[in-house]
Design a protein around this ligand. Sequence first.
Ligand code: MN
Length: 206
Amino acid sequence: MRYELPRLPYEYDELEPFIDTTTMKIHHQKYHQTYVDGLNKSLEKIGAASHPKYISSILSELTSIPEFGRNDINFFGGGFENHRLFWETMTPGGEGKPIRKLENAIDVYFNNFESFKKIFLEKAISIQGSGWCWLVFNQTYNKIEIITTQNQDSPWTVQKTPLLGLDVWEHAYYLKYQNRRSDYVKTWWNVVNWDYVENRFEELPI
Ligand code: MN
């Protein structure tokens, strides 16, 4: 399959005032498009333009990719899939907090939603340079946890299922927040689509 730029489930201006229209446009049309094109090219380069598996499966067994193409698949494939999920986990007028099964899991592993958000913020601002902060499901230990990844590394490459991820590359927030990454993280909760995140959690094969 050839990967294509996915459509956003909302308009570019609908996450205002939390994420500005210009940032959304450039982020989607320019940055995400670059990852789409790079992924298609990287697959061609290793002779797997029609790889039978979807990118998240490929990322979870990266060592099956020939070494000369592995970095590119990791970077562009991660970039493609990280952003695809990022758009889906946001919505105008986010619901504020989880209220179903995931709420209980958050209480178990983080005490409560407020302390979950506090830990998430600490981890997100601790990332040196570019990366992502994630709420993931750890398939080995059957638990949810917060992790960070550098650059476009995907949680799939470490056998963790991403439930919710925040892009903390400067391109995601610099126009509106400049160096204030923590303001961006705190504000972002206003647009998180918890209904979508909770569905992902409930669909896990556990
Ligand atoms: Mn990005």
